[in-house]
Design a protein around this ligand. Structure first.
Ligand code: PLP
Length: 481
């Protein structure tokens, strides 16, 4: 049914009707969200659909006349929801788990309602200042020194790209004006996330100038090889510029020796960036302190609250103790954006490629306050404990082998046998609707990965995942007899 919704700004009653229409639908949307979260286990974690099915189910053209919220929400429920992979599901144990916590949902609603944009301080003082407060709180929890300045970007990939911009500025400040002359080299481990290479592609350093330093038997960067690569590049007339170390690599959550990387960065005057997009929150836990040794010597750091800190996409925290380098690289102020020169007025547009700046910090601020340090610590410890229990089950079953240590909440393992066998097991588990696992490659082999990180995940969900794996393995064994 078509409806005219655009309010006439000169007609106060029309505006009231517009707002009232929102109020009614907002109530039913919130009821829907509460029912959805309350019954999340009943929804299949993975959609069962063919590529293109949703496109085919929706009209090819947008409507000429407006439609009611009721119709739109009904279509959301019947057509969109079945095509959604449920990252909120307690059985979502693929990639890195994440959670749409309730304070985050409410903050997103308020952020969307205010639609404020913090380009520079005056365009929204709250955006500029709350970001410093929320990131200051998080910095303290992560035990980073106060000189680390924080800014929120959308994703860790963007944060790491900004780290590479800083590294380029640090090594070749003339680039900003003259363009890039080449010659810079970035070092990261062969286990680093692809965003490092992508960042190097994006900022002009180029893939061939990213050295993938081999890792040891526990998937940690070999710093003796790192040193010899740096020395060889110097001899070849290249300019080593940046080391990217990872705490919690994507495949196995291994931890690079950050303190050793810091020593090399200091010796050769390189930028050190630490990617702890996933594992960063564990810096809160005293029992994990050893994994973060040396992190304070990094020039920049990225933890992603939207991975393991109960924060909805998208919220990546970028910290640097050399904000003037970031600013030097990217600040550009045309007349129409000229703003206060008060030193306390932070202009976020000076510290990144984007001009517009979402009020993401409100979401982080809600979440940190709602759960508190104790709640966050318990959340992380729970997941680390589940992972240790799961690793124990794998270790105790001689049909399986564990492929990597378990410093955090991910276990990498495989069924002894072919890659095809392991692929078949994952496929079977993932058709269950109750568990979703993903894979990786380690030592050239296909490896099953279980990643625990959702607020709704209980030990029972982890036990169920193990049971499904055992059942699938047994079925495969029977079929292949
Ligand atoms: C260690 C690490 N760094 C960076 C990223 C990229 O994260 P984002 O999706 O926020 O760009 C990931 C994604 O899983 C990751 O595991």
């Amino acid at each position: 049914m078509s409806e005219k919704h655009l309010p006439d700004p000169n007609d106060p009653q029309a505006w009231s009707r517009y707002v009232e229409d929102f109020r009614l639908s907002a109530h039913s949307s919130v009821e829907w969200i509460a029912a959805y979260l309350g019954n999340i286990r009943a929804i299949p974690v993975l959609p069962t659909m063919r590529p293109g099915e949703l496109v085919d189910a929706l009209p090819a053209h947008a409507p000429e006349q407006g439609e009611s919220f009721e119709t739109i929400l009904a279509d959301f429920q019947s057509k969109i929801l079945p095509a959604v992979t449920q990252w909120n599901h307690p059985g979502f144990m693929a990639y890195f788990g994440t959670s749409a916590s309730t304070p985050g949902i409410l903050a997103e609603l308020l952020i969307a309602a205010m639609n404020t944009n913090g380009l520079h301080w005056k365009t929204s003082p709250a955006v500029a200042e709350l970001e410093q407060v929320a990131l200051g709180w998080l910095r303290e929890w992560l035990t980073l020194p106060p000189e680390f300045f924080g800014i929120i970007y959308d994703t860790a990939s963007t944060s790491t790209m900004h780290a590479l911009i800083c590294a380029r500025e640090f090594a070749q400040p003339e680039t900003r004006e003259e363009g890039y002359h080449g010659n810079l080299v970035v070092y990261t481990s062969d286990q680093a996330h692809s965003s490092v290479e992508k960042g190097a592609m994006a900022v002009g350093i180029g893939q061939k100038n990213v050295r993938k330093v081999p890792s040891d038997a526990e998937f940690r960067m070999k710093t003796d090889v790192l040193r010899s690569l740096i020395e060889a590049d110097l001899r070849a007339g290249l300019q080593p510029a940046c080391i990217v170390a990872t705490i919690g690599t994507t495949s196995s959550t291994s931890v690079d020796p950050v303190a050793e990387c810091a020593a090399l960065a200091e010796e050769f005057n390189l930028w050190l960036h630490v990617d702890c997009a996933y594992a960063g929150p564990c810096a809160l836990l005293p029992e994990c302190a050893a994994h973060f040794k040396g992190i304070e010597r990094a020039h920049s750091i990225v933890p992603n609250p939207h991975k393991w800190l109960m924060t909805q996409m998208d919220l990546s925290a970028f910290y640097t103790r050399k904000p003037h380098i970031l600013r030097q690289a990217l600040s550009l102020v045309p007349e129409y954006l000229r703003a206060s020169e008060d030193p306390r007025a932070v202009h976020l547009m000076d510290y990144g490629v984007p001009l517009g700046h979402r009020f993401r910090s409100l979401k982080l601020w809600f979440i940190l306050r709602y759960f508190g340090r104790d709640g966050v610590m318990e959340f992380l410890r729970r997941h680390n404990q589940f992972a240790r229990e799961f690793a124990g089950w794998v270790d105790a079953d001689e049909r399986f082998e564990r492929i990597a240590p378990v410093p955090f909440s991910v276990v990498c393992f495989r069924l002894k046998g072919s890659d095809e066998l392991n692929k078949a097991v994952i496929e079977k588990v993932n058709t269950s609707g109750s568990t979703f696992l993903s894979h990786t490659a380690l030592n050239g082999q296909f490896v099953i990965r279980i990643a625990i990180g959702n607020i709704a995940t209980g030990l029972g969900d982890v036990e169920l995942a193990w049971k499904l794996i055992l059942d699938a393995a047994e079925e495969e064994r029977q079929t292949n007899k």
